[in-house]
Design a protein around this ligand. Structure first.
Ligand code: DOR
Ligand code: ZN
Ligand code: ZN
Length: 448
């Protein structure tokens, strides 16, 4: 018997732990994990000295398509995903049109089917929309829904009443509600104060967007969610106080999970001075104590998900922020750098490789209903795999990225640990610096 691919002699990160062995891939699936006696294969990848991970499931990306293809689109964004070891992207609903109707959902699906190099799934929008639309978008295949407590995206912002209504609906549909937890009134009023103060320097973004806005909104969501059985997921946690709230809710046996990103794990508010608008995100970067708490929570299980929160804007849009930080939009080009930066963190003993796989692959796959097809190296699963070289140095430069905007908040940063091969359903989509995947190869993933 000749199979499609054998990945030979790697350190395999399996659910049962790390073990030396070879992976056998055929017909797009994982068909064997063996220590010896590999079958012959059309393609043999020598993984000696390298690690083999399940492909990353990035459950928080904004690929801007449809809406702002100059910021990013399904082709450029998934080329970047492939280069960054991400084999499934889960796209957020703040596209134009917002993903709040079946029509918008199908439009995005059509675009992604034509352009995507990796597999994709979608989050529906849960703003001021009728319950029927939530049900219909869920049936169309949304893996989860997202509400914003701030007014930044019109159709996606939900009042407390609406939030509770959606929580009831989603608890019946058995799908998670993801929230952007910042108190909209506090954010708006502090913005007025910021304008009155005359400050325009990068740190003003952090000074006028305090942690209490995040902590209060997180607490409010937890309180409302306790009335229902919904799985509440708090996106992009940046503040220690929000971790405390999540920890408390979990102690009360509530189904509450938390997520963070490399933005908050690797940067602090001081980073704003150096990187200015490129490091501007919402919620904003916080202090050293917050950062330490996030690492602790990511390791002890209070925070269960790492996601990139890839939220690209054009260089021009970002550059405006040097003059006045409030003129630059919030969000960074980060999908391609998240895995290398985290592998570097593994090398520096900040997190174990097993835990990294849990938070960046297994748990997001589970929460989005894609497990065990995605998210682990198990027999019968899709052969979504990453071969990574933990000793290989990297030097991040915007110009080298696959994204459409060649900018990065991590410009100039160096480390060790890079994905060298990415495999999606048994096809190599990225190999030693080259994206070799085909446009339209990516498949739509609905919850199993
Ligand atoms: O910084 C952010 N950018 N935070 C969000 O919640 C939205 C995102 C975006 O889409 O630009
Ligand atoms: Zn958000
Ligand atoms: Zn986001």
């Amino acid at each position: 018997m000749t199979v499609d691919i054998v990945i030979k002699n790697g350190l395999l990160v399996l659910p049962s732990g790390i073990t030396e062995g070879s992976m056998v891939v055929d017909g797009g699936k994982i068909v064997g994990v063996v220590r010896s006696g590999e079958p012959s294969a059309d393609r043999v990848i020598d993984a000696t000295g390298k690690v083999v991970l399940p492909g990353m499931v990035d459950m928080h990306v904004h690929l801007r398509d449809p809406g702002f293809p100059e910021r990013e689109n399904f082709e450029s964004g998934t080329r970047a995903a492939a280069a960054g070891g991400v084999t499934t992207v889960v796209d957020m609903p703040n596209t134009v049109p917002a993903t709040v109707t079946v029509e918008a959902f199908k439009q995005k699906k059509g675009i992604a089917e034509r352009k995507s190099l990796v597999d994709f799934a979608f989050i529906g929008g849960a703003g001021e929309v009728p319950t029927e639309d939530i049900v219909a978008v869920s049936e169309a295949g949304a893996t989860a829904f997202k509400s914003f407590l701030i007014a930044r995206f019109k159709e996606l912002a939900a009042s407390d009443y609406t939030l509770l209504r959606h929580m009831n609906t989603l608890s019946e549909l058995d799908k998670p509600l993801l929230v952007h937890a910042e108190n909209g009134n506090l954010v708006d009023m502090y913005m007025e104060e910021a304008k009155a103060s005359g400050r325009t320097d990068p740190l003003a973004h952090c000074d006028f967007r305090p942690a209490i806005a995040e902590v209060e909104a997180t607490m409010r969501c937890v309180t409302l969610a306790a009335e229902t059985d919904v799985h509440l997921h708090i996106c992009h946690i940046s503040a220690a106080g929000a971790v405390d709230v999540v920890e408390w809710a979990q102690a009360m046996d509530q189904a509450v999970t938390g997520e963070t990103s490399t933005n908050y794990l690797l940067f602090t508010r001081e980073t704003m001075e150096e990187r200015g608008p490129y490091a501007k995100v919402d919620p904003p970067l916080r202090g050293k104590d917050d950062q330490l708490r996030l690492w602790e929570a990511l390791n002890d299980g209070t925070i269960d998900v790492l996601a990139s929160d890839h939220a690209p804007y054009t260089r021009e849009e970002k550059e405006r922020g040097w003059e006045n930080i409030f003129d630059a939009p919030s969000g960074g080009v980060v999908i391609e750098t998240t895995l290398p930066l985290m592998l570097d963190a593994v090398n520096r003993d900040m997190i174990s490789l097993e835990r990294l796989v849990e938070v960046f692959s297994t748990n997001p796959a589970m929460m989005n209903g894609l497990y065990p097809k995605k998210g682990d190296i198990v027999l019968g699963a899709d052969a979504d795999l990453v071969v990574a070289d933990m000793g290989k140095p990297f030097h991040i430069r915007g110009d080298d990225l696959q994204t459409i905007q060649k900018i990065t908040p991590y410009e100039g940063m160096k480390g060790k640990g890079v994905p060298v091969i990415t495999v999606v359903r048994g096809e190599i989509v990225y190999e030693y610096g080259q994206v070799v995947g085909k446009l339209g190869y990516g498949e739509f993933q609905r919850p199993i």
